[in-house]
Design a protein around this ligand. Structure first.
Ligand code: ADP
Length: 292
């Protein structure tokens, strides 16, 4: 056990305690709080049940991986620990300036820079994957490394999710899903260069810092094809057009991206089907049927 009180003293000094705890809403999984400490400092706390401690281990590793690219700001992580009946992640409190002018352009260029950064430190025994498994929302995300992106996406992404869909898929869709896994190379390509991905890039997982600069939070990192991150930004929307203009200005656009987008998002939609139920079945089935 590494208690919250210990973590706060280790970071802020002996005798520093929590003076005020304010609940923050907006996340989808954890309880979140802005902390005011007795020395006047602030910190941000995420908390969950003890059985969720591994989520915070994974979140810390993901944030640290993104930070190591030196491309986009992420919160400093002070500690991941467990206390009396709960697990927690203690980190830097970000005071947001909101989306100031130029925010989206910067976000696009910083994401491109992250996608261009070296990836060798994050994988072993293959070019795609990550050194540890992590989570995509509440779903377990396997990151076993592979040399082929297509093989990785088939075996560690789609197949893992398809296996969890037994109560939703009928025999026809099971057959079609199997065929899709076997023929993915008809639709996807092997990237020239692997990229570190945020992995869960919906509109709730970036922030603006106190100077209006973009930051990433709550990632589900792995090394993959950069298009998978961009595809996810389009799944639920909320990203301004100038984000895409800036991103593709830096990265270039591989022809046919729009034809691959839904295949990448099939992973997230199947994860949603497995986590949240039947309302995601139709979009999942439609995509599987389109790529036959
Ligand atoms: P969850 O893991 O539950 O999805 P998030 O990481 O998305 O939680 O955080 C919940 C909300 O708290 C975010 O939408 C954001 O507004 C805010 N937030 C996240 N990290 C910080 C931080 N380091 N400092 C200040 N606010 C933050």
């Amino acid at each position: 056990m590494y208690s919250l009180a210990e973590a706060i003293e280790d970071k802020f000094g002996k005798g520093v305690t929590v003076e005020k705890k304010t609940a923050v809403h907006g996340g989808d999984a954890n309880d979140a709080y802005a902390l005011l400490l007795s020395d006047g400092s602030k910190a941000f706390l995420k908390a969950n049940s003890l059985s969720n401690a591994d989520f915070f281990r994974a979140e810390k590793e993901g944030i640290d991986a993104i930070r190591s690219t030196g491309t986009i700001r992420v919160p400093e992580i002070y500690a991941a620990g467990t206390d009396d009946g709960y697990s927690f992640l203690l980190m830097e409190h970000i005071g947001s300036a909101g989306k100031v002018r130029g925010f989206w352009d910067k976000l696009g260029r910083k994401l491109a820079a992250m996608h261009k950064a070296g990836t060798a430190d994050f994988v072993s025994g293959g070019k795609y994957g990550f050194n540890a498994d992590n989570y995509i929302g509440a779903g377990y995300q396997k990151n076993g490394c592979r040399d082929s992106w297509i093989k990785f996406f088939a075996e560690q992404r789609l197949e893992v999710q398809f296996k969890l869909t037994e109560r939703y898929f009928d025999s026809d869709i099971i057959k079609k899903a199997g065929k899709l896994l076997d023929t993915l190379d008809r639709f996807l390509y092997e990237p020239e260069k692997p990229s570190l991905l945020h992995g869960d890039l919906w509109a709730g997982n970036f922030m603006s810092d106190e100077n209006g600069n973009p930051m990433f939070i709550d990632p589900a990192v792995y090394v993959g094809c950069s298009e998978a991150d961009i595809a996810m930004t389009e799944l639920f929307g909320g990203f301004d057009r100038s984000f895409y203009t800036a991103y593709f200005d830096e990265m270039g656009k591989v022809p046919g991206y729009e034809d691959r987008r839904d295949l990448y998002n099939l992973y997230h939609l199947t994860n949603h089907l497995n986590l949240f139920g039947r309302s995601y079945l139709l979009p999942v089935v439609r995509i599987i049927e389109r790529y036959q």
